[in-house]
Design a protein around this ligand. Structure first.
Ligand code: SAH
Length: 455
């Protein structure tokens, strides 16, 4: 019997997709159900049918999974942020561990790699240090300020987000108060008219410093002093009130012009014992506490003694490489985005690190160039975006013959694919550890140590 649209089926949820939807099987077909929990018995309405899978939505929970917990956020399921607020954090960690295990086994065929237990976050809420809140016009001419709905530009109005620190709740409230008094105009994506576009917030968690950057279609806002007064009065740790001008009709949030209205141009945070200066446009880890644990693991896997040359490919602002530099002889970072490379160089200089250099280039091209120059790194660190590494790059890394390769991945599927390629080129995956950098979302990071096979 075929599954058809609008059909109501009874379904047992047995696991999760990479996007965090529940999965069950009905007559050999995988059925994906958002907001379902593994262990649920459900009545599901089929919404869409493809060749080997279907999408459905929960009609009724017949018997609820023991993992379910009461949902604590009014925006959950509407906002595009969290996917796991309906299950206990331990259940989420189990699901993420399973996802990494499945990817390694299914794609890479690696039953032998030692998979360590996932490093969960001590605090699954309020871990983010950055929010980019779109501003829109709501019903009755009122401001909406919050987050986009999943895969959309519809703004879900939020007073509070449980992933953000309390200071951001206070900043959003102060901003609304200022807007209600000044009635500054609100940007309309469709017409390109109106002023207020985004409220961009950052917090340095170690020092407690907060920055608020208002992105406007223009040069300023009505009564800037009143905005700064409210932010500095109401937000604990407020250090920097900035205006950014973005007059382009674009989805890119920040324009190129910044003006500090009050306070400092940047805030300062500490990560792995290093100090990082953060301006609105700096690249910086979103969950620094978990990033420290991820980098500590990467450092452990790198096994540095002080004599090594380390190559940090896809290095961003250099945080992984810089955290390793003091344990190595030499560190070379490679990153495609020029601004990130500038930040990396600045970060090295400000922390007095003199054995690190950074190249702005494509990782595959730079690796090839370094190889041809005779550079032979002892350790290569890879932290590519979700699509994983360029196959040419993997070949070049293997030819450089480092003793160890430390792969930091944000996508278990491309990680598994790349490990397989590495293992065909003489690198054995020794150990892998998943790290939960983004609790309550579907993302999971994994750090893998690969060692060169003895000939
Ligand atoms: N290691 C860094 C950032 C990792 S994110 C950290 O821990 O913070 C991946 C980085 O790879 C991004 O900064 C992205 O700009 C960069 N990138 C993407 N494609 C690249 C390529 N082809 N060559 C070099 N860097 C690239």
């Amino acid at each position: 019997m075929e599954v058809t649209k609008n059909q109501i089926i009874s379904l047992e949820i047995t696991g999760y997709t990479a996007e965090g939807s529940g999965v069950g099987h009905y007559q050999g077909m995988a059925v994906f159900v958002p907001l379902a929990a593994a262990g649920d018995r459900l009545q599901v309405k089929i919404l869409k049918v493809a060749k080997s899978y279907a999408y459905g939505k929960i009609e009724k929970i017949i018997s609820a999974s023991g993992d379910r917990i009461p949902v604590d956020c009014p925006q959950f399921s509407r906002c595009g942020g969290c996917v796991f607020r309906h299950i206990a954090y331990e259940a989420e960690l189990r699901a993420k561990q399973q996802r990494v295990e499945d990817a390694l086994e299914r794609i890479a065929g690696l039953c032998s790699v030692v998979l360590r237990p996932i490093v969960g976050a001590a605090e699954p809420n309020r871990y983010r240090n950055k929010a980019q809140l779109p501003i829109g016009l709501g019903t009755g001419g009122r401001i909406t300020l919050g987050f986009y709905a999943a895969h959309s530009h519809r703004i879900i109005d939020c007073e509070e987000c449980l992933l953000q620190p309390q200071e951001f709740t206070a900043a959003m409230k102060a901003f609304r108060e200022w807007e209600a008094e000044t009635h500054d105009s609100i940007y309309d994506e469709a017409t390109g008219r109106g002023r207020l576009r985004h409220l961009f917030l950052r917090k340095a968690q170690t020092t407690g410093e907060v920055m608020a950057c208002t992105v406007v279609n223009g040069n300023g806002v009505h009564d800037e002093e009143a905005l700064a007064d409210l932010l500095f009065e109401k937000v604990p740790g407020m250090k920097s009130c900035v205006i950014n001008s973005n007059r382009e009709k674009t989805n890119v949030i920040l324009g190129s012009k910044f003006r500090t209205v009050r306070g400092e141009d940047s805030i300062t945070d500490e990560l792995c014992g290093l100090r990082f200066r953060i301006s609105p446009q700096s690249f910086y880890q979103v969950n620094p506490r978990q990033a420290e644990r991820l980098y500590a693991l990467a450092g452990e896997y790198a096994g540095l003694t002080g004599n090594e040359t380390v190559l940090d490919l896809y290095c961003g602002t250099g945080t992984i490489g810089l955290s390793m530099a003091k344990h190595a002889k030499q560190m070379i970072g490679v990153e495609l985005v020029e601004r990130a490379v500038e930040d990396a160089k600045k970060n090295a200089a400000e922390n007095g690190i003199e054995n690190a250099e950074f190249l702005c280039a494509d990782a595959a091209k730079a690796a090839d160039m370094l190889k041809n120059r005779g550079v032979r790194p002892d350790v290569v660190v890879l932290d590519p975006p979700r699509k994983g590494c360029d196959p040419a790059l993997i070949g070049t890394v293997a030819e450089m013959a480092p003793v160890r390769v430390v792969y930091v991945s944000c996508d278990p599927a491309t990680l598994a694919r790349d490990i397989k390629t590495f293992s065909q080129l003489g690198y054995t995956p020794a150990e892998a550890t998943p790290v939960d950098m983004f609790p309550r979302t579907a993302h999971v990071e994994t750090v893998v140590l690969m060692s060169k096979k003895e000939n």
